[in-house]
Design a protein around this ligand. Structure first.
Ligand code: UD1
Ligand code: UDP
Length: 399
């Protein structure tokens, strides 16, 4: 696993070089860490190394490819239908061995996954400072989302650097008595990533991603076709809630036969089974495989509205001016609700159906919800994160 030991410069040497190890494992972490990694790579003040846990496999590789990230270390932990104990124990022990060998000055983790939580505990045990990217998000309920809310609370308790996307996330941390001097307002790196990829796809045609769009390509290419983009994957929704979500979408597809509903389905069998069973036989529902980030950004931009339980998509949709319905009971991202770009609809089929129908039928409501809004960032979050780290380590080395 630990295949290289070339991480030797440090702030103790004549030339200040800060050794940063970034650790992540899933698709959204990869997308949101990519802009930081790109900057670290081109900044001579840092030595940057990347460890992926591979909590996700194919879905992580999709992100690494698009951003051209070559990990230095790979814990390679993913198993089909893995549970939280599998991920936690493998990351905790895997990272122990890696930290012992390469001794970073600081680690960077992102958000709220089990990779993030276990890599942070492992670093804490070795007294390695932790930088938490996307710190301070809270619903206030430990089980919503599960286990992510607990993961973020644990990581924020352990972290030395809290890179907060919004004022709300700063307030959440201050309420938990996290010292103010450990907190910085950076914006969310998802906007950095989105802007990078929006530029990449600006002059592209959907045919470019023919293999990925599969049977949905014709609808995507037809400018007259209204598209509703759907994603859902949350653990707390497995089982009954997922059946409800599928029923709500099924009602919608029957009511709006002229609209195309495109669902790039997560590879988790707990998602794919109900989705492919319940939604398969509708002529206007297209279930396709998870998309690379570039064709996904193109499709978000091409869509009329988005229905999702995703965290990242709640942040991206307002920036693209797309109304977003959030199929959850609570959200840690209240800014889009306040900006009227998002509505929290829960997971009851009738509520999903009625609220989506209103947006599809009422042009005034649609207009309000599709106003472009950037509550989550300005595309400079990674720059601020790196500067904060540099300022800290340089002042330490001057002492
Ligand atoms: C994880 C995160 C969740 C995040 C989501 C992003 C935890 C507990 N959950 O949930 O916070 O929102 O990623 O998508 O950290 N699988 C594959 N190939 C892949 C990825 C997943 O086959 O590339 C299948 C495997 O069977 C795997 C299962 O999906 O066991 C579940 O993956 P896991 O990372 O445990 O959960 P997610 O629901 O993806
Ligand atoms: N995404 C993607 N391809 C897809 C679906 C989503 O690239 O087929 C991107 C999406 O734009 C967002 C991120 O993946 O940046 C969100 O990931 P996910 O919903 O799996 O996780 P969450 O954000 O809920 O943790």
């Amino acid at each position: 696993m630990v295949d290289k030991v070339d991480f030797m410069c440090s702030i103790d040497s004549d030339i200040v070089k800060i050794k940063v190890l970034s650790v992540f494992g899933t698709r959204p972490e990869g997308i949101k860490m990519a802009p930081i990694l790109k900057r670290l790579d081109s900044d001579p003040r840092f030595i940057s190394k990347v460890c992926v846990t591979s909590q996700h496999k194919e879905m992580l590789v999709q992100v690494l490819n698009i951003f051209n990230i070559i990990p230095d270390y790979d814990l390679n932990i993913m198993k089909p239908n893995q549970d939280l104990y599998d991920i936690t124990s493998l990351v905790l022990l895997g990272m122990r061995d890696l930290y012992r060998t390469i001794k970073p000055d600081v680690i960077l983790v992102h958000g709220d996954t089990t990779t993030t939580m276990a890599a942070s505990i492992s670093a804490f045990y070795m007294n390695i400072p932790i930088g938490h990217v996307e710190a301070g998000l809270r619903t206030g309920t430990l089980t919503a989302p599960f286990p992510e809310e607990a993961n973020r609370v644990i990581v924020d308790r352990l972290a030395r650097f809290h890179f907060c996307p919004t004022e709300t996330s700063i307030k959440n941390l201050l309420k938990e008595n996290i010292p103010e001097k450990y907190i910085s307002l950076t914006g969310n790196t998802v906007i950095d990533a989105l802007l990078m990829v929006k530029e990449m796809v600006r002059n592209k045609e959907p045919d470019e991603w023919q293999e990925q769009y599969q049977q949905a390509l014709t609808a995507i290419k037809d400018p007259q076709q209204k598209i509703v983009l759907i994603t859902a994957h949350r653990r707390e929704n497995f089982g009954k809630n997922f059946l409800n979500i599928c029923e709500g979408i099924s009602l919608l597809a029957n009511r709006f036969p002229d609209v195309s509903f495109i669902y790039p389905a997560h590879l988790n069998p707990n998602v794919r089974k109900p989705v492919t069973t319940i939604l398969a036989n509708h002529p206007n529902i297209f279930i396709i495989d998870p998309l690379d980030y570039a064709p996904f950004v193109y499709l978000m931009n091409r869509s009329y509205m988005i229905i999702t339980d995703s965290g990242g998509i709640q942040e991206e949709a307002p920036s693209l001016g797309k109304p977003v319905l959030v199929m959850r009971e609570a959200t840690e991202r209240p800014e889009a609700l306040l900006g009227k770009n998002a509505i929290l609809v829960g997971v009851e089929p009738q509520t999903i159906f009625e609220t989506s129908s209103r947006i599809l039928l009422d042009p005034e409501l649609y207009k309000k919800m599709s106003k472009k809004n950037n509550p989550y960032g300005d595309g400079k979050a990674s720059e601020r994160i790196i500067q904060t780290l540099y300022n800290f380590f340089i002042s330490k080395s001057d002492r």
